[in-house]
Ligand binder design. Structure first.
Ligand code: NAD
Ligand code: UGA
Length: 469
């Protein structure tokens, strides 16, 4: 069998590497119009793969050139395939009808049209991208228009991997979901996954349930984070500890312990976009109450990010102008180089608007990426700020801390969990503040060193020297 995947991004790359690794009998080609991305996937230096995921380099290194290929020749790969995965981006629309809410399906439609034009034999199209419900109907219409509806079967197979744990999620998924109308094509896709996933974990549904389940899963996950973050604010004003509350409720098997980690706010390319898409669909189908319910998950998240930046400004005597603040972490979570919708972007934006000087340290994110992200959210002079020294990317926690008034932890990278509080404290201005947006700081230890600490949902704990306050 020959599989082609259109889109070599965070999903297409790892997913296809896993299929190639687990199914040596299947020849897998991943194609993309982005030449530099494909070049990076083909780089002999595996540390230069365009997607950083623990363990991915090993899998790619083993399968690449054997039964895993990366190419920019989209037409040929479509022409040769028995099964084509569409794994292209489906971001929130930035123009026209549905701007800021609906999913932009132009890349998916482009793929459907390209396949419709080129395909001459019986194939299966697999929707891997996250799409609004009834997208498969659009793909079928495109095929019908050129008389190829009978040749090509369409399946929905949403991806549930999380970044940073993609390899583990793909090799041992909670479930694989396949939606379709044609038993034979469903079975063909089932037989691919069944090479490493137990059959009872492979769920089959109708097309529309599968498409909607993906949006619903992300909405439920994001809702848990917003729910615990809402409680974090209540904890801070009442003396409760959000970690203890999360543990207490999470031990109820009906609630469960995961996704109850209070934070500076969820980020990532999908939670916000998929909930916005869900609310758009609800509005479109005349369900404004349902739309409003899910929208509040995003509103709470926006508030949580804003609240964190305001807390810093307020605490530093209502002004951060020209004060150096060390930012620890810019990625939207640990173990990824992805910054899409990262809470750090918004916190940094708000602090730069207040004229803070930021020194950002993230082990995986480049200065170019930070500038692009900040420009996108309105810091149009980000380049100038770099030139003037008001914005910098530094290479270590120590450099971020030196001469700073405060450190703000925005990503839970493991190295931030074992900070040398004494050494850092010595180099900072006093009072030295530690704002922990991920609740990974050892508050007792940091306070004993002299730090004033703010943690989400735990409030403030003051260092030895300023206990009198
Ligand atoms: P991405 O932006 O990293 O990758 C998409 C790739 O598709 C890009 O490299 C782009 O150049 C390519 N592309 C677009 N149109 C093309 C075309 N016509 N021909 C060839 N290549 C084309 O996106 P991603 O993070 O991999 O997400 C892809 C889809 O998977 C989205 O719908 C997303 O919602 C969904 N998803 C993402 C994740 C995740 O963790 N990132 C998880 C589950 C689902
Ligand atoms: C999420 C889902 O978990 C995946 O199942 C899904 O496939 C994917 O979206 C997608 O569709 O793109 P991802 O965004 O990669 O995966 O990462 P998560 O682990 O879900 O984290 C999302 C955000 O929520 C991060 O910013 C994380 O720090 C935050 N988070 C997560 C919390 O603040 N608290 C938690 O308890 C959990």
């Amino acid at each position: 069998m020959k599989i082609t995947c259109i889109g070599a991004g965070y999903v297409g790359g790892p997913t296809m590497a896993m299929i190639a690794g687990k199914c040596p009998g299947i020849d897998v080609t991943v194609v993309d119009i982005n030449e530099s991305r494909i070049a990076a996937w083909n780089d002999t230096d595996l540390s230069k793969l365009p997607v950083f995921e623990p363990g991915l380099d090993e899998i790619v290194g083993e399968a690449r050139g054997r039964n895993l290929h990366f190419s920019t020749d989209v037409d040929s790969a479509i022409g040769e395939a028995d099964m084509i995965f569409i794994s292209v981006n489906t971001p929130t629309k930035t123009y026209g009808t549905g701007k800021g809410q609906a999913a932009d399906l132009k890349w998916v439609e482009r793929c459907a049209r390209q396949i419709a034009e080129l395909v001459e034999r019986d194939i299966i199209i697999v929707e891997k991208s996250t799409v609004p419900i009834r997208t498969a109907a659009m793909i079928k219409s495109v095929l019908r228009a050129v008389g190829k509806e009978d040749k090509v079967k369409v399946l929905s197979n949403p991806e549930f991997l999380a970044e940073g744990t993609a390899v583990a999620d793909l090799s041992n998924p909670d479930r694989v979901l396949i939606g379709g109308e044609d038993e034979e094509s469903i079975e063909k896709l089932v037989s691919v996954y069944a090479q490493w996933v137990p059959r009872e974990k492979i769920l089959t549904t109708n097309l529309w349930s599968s498409e909607l389940s993906k949006l619903t899963a992300n909405a439920f996950l994001a809702q848990r984070v917003s729910s615990i973050n809402s409680i974090s604010a209540l904890c801070e004003v009442t003396g409760a500890d959000v970690g203890e509350v999360a543990k207490a409720i999470g031990t109820d098997s009906r609630i469960g312990p995961r996704f109850l980690q209070a934070s500076v706010g969820f980020g990532g390319s999908c939670f916000q976009k998929d909930i916005l898409n869900l609310t758009y669909l609800c509005d479109y189908f005349g369900l404004p109450e349902v739309a409003a319910y899910w929208k509040s998950v995003i509103e709470l998240n926006d508030w949580q990010k804003r609240r964190f930046a305001e807390k810093i400004v307020h605490t530093l005597f209502n002004t951060v102008a020209e004060k150096k603040i060390g930012i620890l972490g810019f990625a939207f979570k640990k173990d990824t180089n992805d910054t899409r919708e990262s809470a750090a972007i918004y916190v940094c934006r708000d602090l730069l608007i207040e004229k803070a000087h930021l020194a950002i340290y993230d082990p995986r994110v480049s200065l170019q990426q930070i500038i692009r992200d900040l420009e996108y959210v309105g810091i149009t002079d980000a380049q100038d700020l770099v030139k003037s020294g008001a914005l910098s990317k530094v290479d270590s926690v120590d450099q971020a801390a030196a001469d700073s008034h405060a450190l703000a932890i925005l990503t839970e990278w493991d190295e931030f969990k074992t900070l040398d509080y004494n050494a850092i404290f010595e180099t900072m201005k006093k009072p030295a503040w530690l704002f922990d947006g991920r609740n990974i700081v050892d508050r007792k230890k940091a306070s004993a060193t002299g730090f004033d600490v703010y943690s989400i949902g735990k409030g403030e704990s003051h260092g030895a020297e300023w206990e009198v306050r």
